[in-house]
Write a protein that binds this ligand. Structure first.
Ligand SMILES: Cc1cc2nc3c(=O)[nH]c(=O)nc-3n(C[C@H](O)[C@H](O)[C@H](O)COP(=O)(O)OP(=O)(O)OC[C@H]3O[C@@H](n4cnc5c(N)ncnc54)[C@H](O)[C@@H]3O)c2cc1C
Length: 276
């Protein structure tokens, strides 16, 4: 990504938010370079670099991924920011409601997002939408109470109440902004948790936007992240014993595994594991 592309890479999120990459340091080659430093070797062929990155990801050799850094400018509702800030391994600088006036922008969910409480996931919404006239009523009330609390906020300011106190009754749907800087290793951790279907829809939208941006800069690492982290699953000792007992070992052929895209090492490891 060049400087011009960098300036035009904002992705709209939710109704009034966005994610914008402000700056970054390094790409796939920085990871390879760091991993090879002990051998005094730089970049080799694309195939070898890809193999090395996949090896690092598969074996949790995480520090080379810390050589790449991203700085984002994000506009997000405060309730999303509260979930996001729990990721402690980033550097954050947020808009100050003590120093500056809060804007009158609030998140209003799409009608389609107004669903019933999930029965099997206590933290989430179900697939079932509110009936249309109930949903419309909820949205109307939400907008009205956002407007009322902003009018109150303006009233407190007119009374010359300090901004730091005038803001305290504003809702969690208020938009805030921050700069957020994080290295690739910790960003993958954030993405693994926040791209997951259990993460709240509203933060997932931001995680998807960040994934879109970074996969252009670190395509090989992103592919390895998808293969070994995002879409992988770990099994307990008991679950593995069960799998070993039911698996048809006659189908564990190296060629079949190589044809699926596994490396020779990965194919050997899986065959050895199930034949133990
Ligand atoms: C679907 C979902 C539901 C959630 N629900 C809740 C909830 O109901 N209530 C709630 O409070 N939180 C909840 N969380 C937040 C969650 O518990 C974590 O705080 C959040 O995901 C950040 O994860 P982390 O600590 O691994 O990340 P980071 O803070 O980025 O840390 C990354 C890693 O660094 C290490 N690390 C960082 N700081 C320390 C430290 N001080 N000591 C030791 N190791 C450290 C840990 O290995 C950690 O995994 C939820 C998260 C998700 C994704």
């Amino acid at each position: 990504m060049n400087k011009e592309e960098l300036a035009n890479n904002s992705i709209k999120c939710l109704d009034k938010g966005f994610v914008r990459l402000v700056d970054f340091m390094g790409d796939d080659s920085a990871i390879v370079q760091a991993a090879r430093v002990s051998y005094g070797n730089g970049t080799k062929s694309y195939r070898e670099d890809r193999g090395l990155i996949r090896y690092l990801m598969r074996n949790s050799h995480t520090s080379p991924f810390e050589m790449v850094e991203f700085k984002f400018h994000v506009r997000l509702p405060i309730f999303v920011a509260r979930q996001w800030i729990r990721h402690r391994t980033a550097n954050v600088n947020e808009y100050s409601g003590r120093y500056s006036e809060m804007t009158d922008e609030f998140y209003v969910p799409d009608l389609i997002q107004l669903r019933h409480q999930s029965k099997n996931n206590k933290q989430g919404r179900s697939e079932q939408n509110l009936e249309l006239h109930h949903a419309e009523n909820v949205l109307k009330k939400m907008k009205q109470s956002q407007k009322n609390s902003y009018n109150e906020y303006k009233f407190y300011l007119e009374e010359d109440l300090a901004r730091e106190l005038a803001r305290i009754n504003l809702p969690l749907s208020s938009y805030t902004e921050w700069y957020w800087k994080i290295d690739l290793h910790n960003l993958f951790h954030f993405l693994r948790l926040r791209l997951d279907s259990h993460a709240q829809f509203e933060i997932r939208i931001y995680a998807e936007a960040i994934a879109e941006i970074i996969k252009k800069i670190v395509p090989i690492s992103f592919e390895a992240f998808e293969d070994f982290r995002l879409y992988s699953k770990s099994f307990s000792r008991i679950e593995l014993e069960f799998l070993k007992n039911i698996i048809d070992k006659s189908k564990l052929k190296e060629k079949a595994l190589l044809d699926l895209g596994l490396s020779k090492r990965e194919a050997t490891d899986i065959i050895d594991f199930f034949n133990e």
